[in-house]
Write a protein that binds this ligand. Sequence first.
Ligand code: NAP
Length: 548
Amino acid sequence: MANGNDYSGGGGAQMGPQDEQAYIAYLKQTFAQLPNDISLILFSRQGQQDIFSEANRKVIRAFRELTDKINFREFDLNHKEAQKYQVDLPSTLLIAPDRYHIRWIGAPVGEEGRTFLETLLLVGMGKSHLNEQSAKIIRNIDTPRDIKVFVSPSCPYCPQQAVNAVKAAIENPEMISLELIDIQCSPELAEQYAAHSVPQTFVNDMMIAMGAQPEELFASSVDKLEQQTIFIPDNDAELVELDVLIVGGGPAGLTAGIYTARSGLNTAIVERAALGGQVATTPIVENYPGFTSVGGKTLVDIMVSHALEYVQIFQGEEVIEVEIGFPIKVTTTRRRFETKTLLIATGATYKHLGIPGEDRLAGRGVSYCSTCDGPLFKGKQVIMVGGGNSAVTEALHLHNIGVSVTLVHRRDTLRAQEFLSKQLVENKIPVIWNTEVKEILGQERVEAVKLLNNKSGETSTMETNGVFIAIGYEPAVGLANKFGIELNDDGYIKQDGRHRTNIPGVYSAGDVEGGFKQIVTAAGQGSEAAIVIFEDLINPYWKQKKAV
Ligand code: NAP
């Protein structure tokens, strides 16, 4: 199973019937080895239709077919057990309340199925599986911490943060209580905390993180009751020796990993957030060969399962230091690497509009991820800013899940492919042309936007519940900048046409070095870089240069 250090793929990958049978057999065997029974108590309003309680029953039924270790009871919210555990919201699931304070408000479906499986296994083992450094921080907490993590089933970033919190609750049950809250099941609670994006984490009612954190940063944020951004591991942290270390688990990094490992090079991939990069949050991909139409997350799961056949993936840890030399020394939030070569495949991050209100209202109605946050706006009015493939794909996604969306574009023609643009018209999604968003307005949450028609010069205010922004990406060169990798004039990593950077032994691939920025081209860049690395390790160009 995934223990937070290594990624086990999980749930969504497509499996053939034989693989599925093997996976079920593996799960049965894993559950059979657990030393503890797992008690689950669901509180619902009996006699009332409630999709979340029904989903809980179905998921739990499926798990009980795998193991007899799960004891399941269900009570009405009026039952005295509800008072005993102070439960007042329907579809609240208590997990092993005899030992821990972990409650799930909602149902463990979609991406959260991964969290649920991992929670059951950890509870069954009676171990947090935090790494030693995070465990030390959590164990030393000696005053109560009430953690709330807002999640949604469509958010690929959420399981990482939810599992961090579950582990903390298992490590220190005397001091730590946890509520995992599906934002759609309890919109009132989300509203109370003004949590309009996921994942968002509160401890003792203070927000400590917007987004998923590496485990160590989560642990120190819970300890210090405010967001921590730097964690330096102990000097005696595990040392891993490699031929190739790949930073970034998107299509470029995953493909490179498959290639280098198959060439016999000892390879690992480090990814600080969700595997798959931008693809993981792309609602639908229709131009990746072999798939006429596939969910971005599904495509990622397939790629990750494939990569895991060959290469170890360290997910949820961030590179904090790189020391150039032979070998190259890399420190992450969790361990140290000594590697002959380093491949930077850190991808790109979404561009900001840079207008007043944007940062202040981020997570309060301003969003860059329609897959994660779209469901929170069902039945509401939002705008989507941008005119490229991302903006149109995401506008269509929002429309399809019942959000009333208007596209706002600064010119009078779209940059998006015609195939996508046509669908906007077919779905009658309104477009406001030649218009720029100048300010996002609202106190606690987005209430309106100020618009400027750049043809007529007219300004107006439009009421809206949300502002989704999809105006392109910027290369994620923070790490490259830290240790002196040269960039080109456009801010991408400068490479020699064979993915070699200015630093011997350091390579780049994917969106961080520019190019056409398609999934298929990123995968192609990853494979090219891997082949060059293989050739260079046989015949190092940096040694040839020295000899001249
Ligand atoms: P993009 O193609 O660069 O388009 C960005 C859009 O945002 C453009 O329409 C641009 O307007 C607008 N924009 C940029 N800065 C702005 C600002 N400050 N204010 C208002 N509008 C602004 O970015 P993308 O759509 O994210 O796509 C990125 C890459 O991923 C592309 O290569 C794309 O092909 C690929 N992609 C492919 C798919 C697919 O094939 N299904 C899906 C998603 C992304 P102008 O048009 O006026 O410049």
